[in-house]
Design a protein around this ligand. Structure first.
Ligand code: 1PR
Length: 523
């Protein structure tokens, strides 16, 4: 029996699913007494340091938690479950942490994108029972903007390189905590979890000790989901966003099955886009929540869900905030939510008023779940102009001339699945969303979507250079070399494709091999 401390935010379902897939049962902490009675305690957390401590204090869990930790019983902290063991965090300077380990939690100060999102390696610093059958070259999944800095180096279990070497795991007696997410780290993560749960007594070193770790470029499989003409929820795929062929919605498979297949085939992340979410209300669209629930039962890599994340008033007049909608998705197994149309309206409002309201979906969700959980999905379309000053937007010079030989273009953001253009350009949208607290950009391109012509490198470079959060390149992948090209030509952290994977034209492993051959780090 494993006792799970769910403080109420973030994707605890993945942790539950991962533990249950290893044959364990779970008891959730309701009172401090449950903590004191635990045999093994797991404390997962994403979100904000201050928020977690506020909840722990409010529920009177701080004392029992410290008593449990001080009695040196098996404990596994994950992500914020590691950070709150420390005394203080730069994320919430006025709020004290548990102080079980002396030291601070600091924000990354590096030239690379923050949050640090993706698959990176581990450098072991002490032997541990959790290293049984771990080779040492595996990668695990990280998503965080802050890292711990212990005063006493003897508690360091692992370090990882990202800009500089930071502490990615600690071990003090039977208390182990990791900055990475074992429950999202595929088979390696499950092995680490299993080792903790089994309570092996022997401490081991992994076979290989890496000198340096490298963040892998992520290959993401994207599933555009909607109801087909018979009312079944299907994975579909558009050509420049038109998902109908001879008047009927294309059906490329079942969402849960396809997601499972991509996980088994080595996808680093799975994205679901509920493409009619802009007109339906997702909390009434229970099948989509069910897709997430079922997928997260056996897919142990990050899951992103987009479509319909916005505030809404139902037919009975009940108001739902975007935060409530997002919360339902997180509870169903999502790690990140992606905001499309609403982000455009939010940015239009910001540009009009010259300031943030503090109330937008981006700000609200980032505040509770952390920036890393908020992805902005941009659906831009090229608009050609004859000169850089023709429009009040960020214009780029292009090597692909327009129909009248134009050498400049801007990228018009669209809403409602590309149906309506809005007076905001993609570069400005990305910049404002970053300011409001978004943690990642999913950069589609209507001109390239479904064409197999390759990514729009000019668009991707322009947006990536304008922000310091990670960017996912999307739309147009037709062969493995297109991935190699986008990683070589731009600094994006990940690339996404749909059609070539659904139609089985290219396998994920072929993409990875091609990247490896080009000297690009992949998992
Ligand atoms: O506006 O917040 O409700 O979100 C709606 C979401 O649905 C947005 O993320 C938007 O991108 C997406 N969406 C809406 N309509 C469509 C459509 O295709 N008709 N899908 C759509 C967009 C774009 C991709 C695609 C890549 C790769 N799909 O993510 O998977 O272009 O495709 P490829 O590799 O085959 O070229 P909201």
């Amino acid at each position: 029996m494993v006792t799970l401390l769910d403080y109420g935010a973030g994707n605890v379902r993945s942790v539950v699913n991962a533990i249950e897939s290893l044959g364990e049962t779970i008891k959730e902490v309701r009172t401090g007494e449950d903590i004191l009675k635990a045999e093994k305690l797991v404390f997962p957390g994403v979100g904000n340091f201050g928020e977690v401590m506020r909840v722990l204090n409010q529920r009177n869990l701080v004392e029992p938690l410290l008593e449990y930790l001080n009695s040196d019983r098996p404990f596994l902290g994950i992500c914020l479950g590691l950070q709150v063991l420390f005394e203080k965090s730069e994320e919430a300077p006025d709020i004290a942490g548990l102080g079980f380990i002396r030291g601070m939690v600091r924000r990354f100060k590096i030239d690379l994108s923050v949050p640090h999102i993706g698959w990176n390696g581990l450098k072991p610093k002490q032997p541990s029972p959790i290293f049984k059958d771990i080779k040492g070259t595996e990668k695990v999944y990280f998503v965080h903007s802050y890292h711990v800095v212990p005063e006493d180096p003897s508690v360091i279990l692992t370090t990882t390189d990202y800009g500089y070497e930071f502490v990615s795991g600690i071990q003090k007696g039977n208390v182990i905590a990791t900055q990475f997410h074992p429950e999202k780290s595929g088979k390696t993560g499950l092995k680490l979890l299993e080792n903790f749960l089994k309570g092996n007594s022997e401490s081991l070193w992994p076979e290989v000790k890496l000198e340096k770790t490298r963040l892998a470029k992520r290959i993401i499989a994207c599933l555009d989901v909607r109801s087909d003409d018979e009312g079944n929820l299907v994975v579909t795929k558009g050509d420049q966003y038109d998902v109908r062929e001879k008047g009927r919605v294309r059906n490329l498979g079942k969402p849960v099955e396809l997601a499972r297949r991509y996980y088994e085939e080595g996808a680093d992340e799975i994205t679901f886009l509920n493409i009619t979410g802009f007109r339906d209300f997702p909390l009434e669209d229970m099948p989509m929540l069910e897709v997430l629930r079922l997928t997260s039962e056996n897919v142990f890599v990050p899951l992103t869900i987009g479509g319909g994340i916005r505030h809404y008033t139902d037919k009975f007049g009940r108001y739902y905030s975007a935060l409530e909608v997002a919360s339902e998705y997180f509870r169903s197994g999502a790690d990140k939510v992606s905001i499309g149309s609403d982000a455009v309206y939010i940015v239009e409002g910001y540009l009009k008023n010259g300031k943030a309201t503090g109330k937008s979906a981006i700000e609200q969700i980032a505040r509770v779940y952390g920036s890393q959980a908020v992805v902005i999905s941009i659906d831009p379309r090229r608009v050609y102009v004859s000169g850089p000053d023709d429009v009040p937007h960020q214009v780029i010079e292009t090597s692909i001339p327009g129909p009248k030989g134009e050498r400049y273009c801007w990228y018009e953001c669209t809403v409602k699945g590309g149906r309506e253009g809005r007076p905001v350009d993609a570069i400005t949208l990305a910049q404002v969303c970053e300011k409001l607290g978004a943690g990642e950009i999913l950069l589609n391109c209507i001109d390239r979507d479904g064409t197999n012509l390759g990514f729009d490198i000019e668009l991707i470079r322009a947006v990536k250079n304008a922000v310091s959060i990670p960017v996912i390149a999307s739309s147009g992948a037709g062969k493995p070399e297109h991935f190699q090209e986008v990683f070589a030509e731009t600094d994006v952290e990940s690339a996404l494709a749909a059609g070539i994977f659904h139609r089985k034209e290219v396998e994920i492993e072929e993409v990875k091999k091609c990247c490896r051959d080009g000297g690009i780090e992949v998992r």
